[in-house]
Design a protein around this ligand. Structure first.
Ligand SMILES: NC(=O)c1ccc[n+]([C@@H]2O[C@H](COP(=O)([O-])OP(=O)(O)OC[C@H]3O[C@@H](n4cnc5c(N)ncnc54)[C@H](OP(=O)(O)O)[C@@H]3O)[C@@H](O)[C@H]2O)c1
Length: 245
């Protein structure tokens, strides 16, 4: 696909993969809009990247999503790329419910409910464009789960499944459907509950985004990045290794 002259929404684009992707797409000559819950992070991103558009939006909230759609229709009627990137990851121990600080509902709403509803809401706008893209950011953990974050992994497995169905349903339209499958990268997501040595082994976010950009340009619809290629291809063997003990 042509990665210039597009109008792109990246959910959760104020930090991590979304932010680096926003910066690169901005440099390539696209209009880029990012959204997230923390206004300060959005404003910091805009201050560092003149031309970036920001919108406070909690994508886990139904009303916030519909309000985002109205704002986009009014301000960015040429929007042709939706990147469902916002995500959260929480520990969840089925055998010790007091340790479960976060409710799985929030994780499911953010990682799965939001992409489903945003896709549904934005589809008529995307259908009006000459060329359009929906890209869902899943995870290698959607293919080989890490048992300490089971709800996260399940939402990403579901997002993979959803992407296959969406791609099939839209096969005869102007809309291409990508799945971006990152490995462990050096972002904030989940870093607080991983051992230091595991965090040190993470792929630099900038390198992951370079591969994402190349894959989008080459129309690689199932875009596994770095070590996620192994997680996708060697699922059963890796599950035993990752969850030993
Ligand atoms: N990091 C990894 O190793 C890794 C690996 C595979 C896949 N991924 C996926 O990559 C995507 C980006 O994650 P990241 O690694 O870049 O981590 P990150 O820096 O934590 O980015 C996640 C972003 O999502 C936003 N977000 C979370 N909940 C939201 C909500 N309800 N509404 C709107 N925005 C929300 C966060 O901003 P606010 O908190 O301000 O809302 C944050 O900017 C996620 O889907 C993640 O699952 C990450």
């Amino acid at each position: 696909m042509q990665l210039t002259g597009n109008t792109i929404l990246i959910t959760g684009g104020a930090t991590g993969i979304g932010l680096v992707l926003a910066q690169e797409l901005l440099k390539l000559g696209n209009e880029v809009i990012i959204c997230g819950r923390r206004r300060n992070r959005l404003e910091e991103a805009r201050a560092a990247n003149p031309g970036l558009h920001i919108r406070v939006c909690d994508v886990s909230d139904h009303m916030a999503r519909t309000s985002l759609l109205s704002w986009l229709e009014d301000n960015f009627p040429s929007l042709n790329i939706l990147i469902n990137n916002a995500g959260v990851q929480h520990l969840y121990d089925f055998r010790n419910s007091t340790s479960n600080r976060a409710l799985p509902e929030e994780e499911i709403a953010t990682n799965l409910g939001a992409p489903i509803h945003l896709t549904t809401l934005l589809l008529p706008l995307l259908e009006r464009q000459a060329v359009a893209v929906i890209a869902n950011v899943s995870s290698g953990l959607g293919f080989t789960p890490l048992a300490q974050v089971p709800v996260y992994c399940a939402t990403k497995a579901a997002l993979h499944s959803l992407t296959l169905s969406l791609r099939h349903q839209l096969r005869d339209t102007n809309i291409s459907v990508f799945e971006i499958i990152p490995p462990l990268v050096t972002s904030e997501l989940g870093s607080e509950h991983r051992p230091e040595e595991v965090n040190k082994s993470a792929m630099p976010t900038e390198d992951a985004v370079s591969e994402i950009i190349a894959g989008l340009e080459n129309d690689t619809l199932e875009l596994a990045i770095g070590r996620a290629k192994n997680l996708v291809s060697k699922r059963e063997e890796l599950f035993s290794l990752m969850n030993a003990g």
